[in-house]
Design a protein around this ligand. Structure first.
Ligand code: SAM
Length: 442
């Protein structure tokens, strides 16, 4: 399976999707190509160019380099075709800084030259569902990483699972689901053949009734190399459920064991997720395993209707969860010495000599303050404890105080998650088989 998401290979190649890492919260997905097919790419002498706030990056400098490289911005000229100093291959070599830093002195020199000439840099990373979620083109509200990681774990999505999703929306959850069910760990960067061997099953069936959104998700799955795992179907699931169309139009069961419903009215889809077979339609659930469902609804009224329908349809262990995602910033704050040293010192200096004098003054003040604190600590704790309390004070001055605070988050409430379980049917025959297997006798 050729997906940059699971199996990117050791280096970037033409046609792959890459995640350009600009900063911790900013990633840019790009399809790497040197073929300028869009009008806006035609004006550049360098071919296709991605412009960012850290500078311009011709794709010729991003292709055929090891994943994870830092790439320096290029000077891009829209009207100087052929006048560029670097040929593209030389430029690629000069701009890509591998994680193994170059030892060759000529290369280091050209890197320095390029650094001086350019304004910024980016890192070229293989795409992940997480980076895709933060940067995908939004067509709807999407499910974010804190929610989908919890959902996938709770509905027991694992390599080999069969997962039903409705609606597909912008495909954010779809990417994470594809990775969860993919039979084979997401790769280390050059573990291609191993992952290929391990990929035997694991499926996502995603349903969407909005024609354009369905088409877009289907195309994305193909472009991202995920179409062997994800089957996208255009369907109103309230009306027509989750069956697949087999030979001569016969209904086939997807045999799902995990279900995720991100729909305005999940209670209208739930009646299609029972264990009953009808003469022409088999149950959409896997008869040999427990089914786990999660619904995702922003309002408590939707939750109430969903829970009530689940109870009527014999779903068990129904519970509602709300994820409150907080990012905690942990850092050391240098309050002690530096702060004390600055006391009484005028921070403004007119000359370099004056500035140096102020610095000397700050250091002197700090030393005095430190000595003072040591003396106080001695008289308080007694001579016996001198060493340990002194080193604690020293450590505090040297390393600063460890503090933490929650980073402000814009999104607090996304949705309520309702989870439930539908056990497999257990017949007399199943019981007899189980007893025989475990050697139990009546
Ligand atoms: N989970 C998606 C993601 O992470 O990108 C977002 C889903 S979006 C909030 C809800 C989607 O459900 C919309 O695209 C909508 O068109 C689709 N939808 C609504 N009713 C539907 C139905 N009866 N059958 C199929 N899809 C439906």
């Amino acid at each position: 399976m050729q997906s940059a998401f699971f199996n990117p290979g050791p280096t970037t190649t033409e046609g792959q999707i890459a995640s350009l890492h600009l900063s911790r919260d900013q990633q840019l997905p790009v399809q790497l190509t040197t073929v300028a097919s869009r009008a806006e790419d035609q004006g550049y002498a360098e071919g296709v160019v991605t412009n960012t706030r850290f500078g311009s990056f011709p794709h010729s400098t991003l292709i055929d380099i090891p994943w994870g490289c830092q790439v320096l911005a290029s000077k891009v000229d829209t009207g100087t075709r052929g006048r560029d100093n670097f040929t593209h291959s030389r430029k690629r070599k000069a701009n890509a800084i591998s994680t193994d830093s170059p030892t060759d002195s000529t290369e280091s020199a050209s890197l320095k030259q390029a650094t001086a000439a350019n304004s910024g840099f980016i890192h070229v990373l293989p795409p992940t569902p997480e980076s895709w979620t933060t940067s995908l083109p939004h067509r709807t509200q999407v499910v974010y990483t804190p929610d989908y990681s919890y959902v996938l774990q709770q509905i027991r999505a694992q390599p080999g699972s069969t997962l039903i999703e409705a609606g597909s929306g912008s495909g954010s959850f779809t990417h994470a689901a594809a990775r969860a069910v993919f039979q084979g760990a997401p790769t280390s960067l050059n573990n291609a053949s191993k992952t290929e061997e391990m990929h035997t099953a694991g499926k996502v069936f995603t349903f969407e009734f909005h024609a354009e959104r369905h088409e877009k998700v289907k195309t994305e799955m193909e472009e991202h190399g995920l179409d062997s795992i994800v089957t996208a179907t255009h369907r109103d699931v309230y009306k027509d459920g989750f069956w697949l169309t087999g030979e001569r139009g016969a209904y086939q069961s997807p045999r799902a064991n995990c279900i995720f419903l991100d729909l305005p009215a999940p209670w209208e889809a739930l009646p299609h997720l029972t264990r009953q077979d009808t003469p022409d339609k088999p149950s959409a659930l896997d008869p040999d395993s427990t089914a786990y469902v999660c619904t995702f609804s922003p309002c408590i009224e939707q939750v109430q209707r969903t829970v009530s329908t689940m109870r009527r349809l014999s779903w068990l262990e129904i519970e509602m969860v709300e994820i409150q995602h907080k990012r905690i910033e942990v850092k050391r704050e240098y309050t002690g010495l530096k702060y004390e040293g600055m006391r009484g010192v005028n921070p403004v200096a007119a000359t370099v000599d004056e500035a140096l004098e102020r610095l000397r003054q700050v250091e002197e003040n700090a030393r005095e303050h430190q000595q003072d604190t040591r003396n106080k600590s001695r008289s308080k704790n007694g001579v016996q404890q001198n060493n340990s309390s002194e080193s604690a004070v020293q450590k505090h001055w040297d390393e600063g105080k460890l503090i933490h605070r929650a980073e402000p988050e814009l999104k607090t409430h996304t949705s309520y998650l309702v989870f439930a379980v539908l056990p497999r049917e257990w017949t007399e025959e199943d019981e007899a088989t189980a007893r025989a297997r475990t050697g139990q006798i009546d």
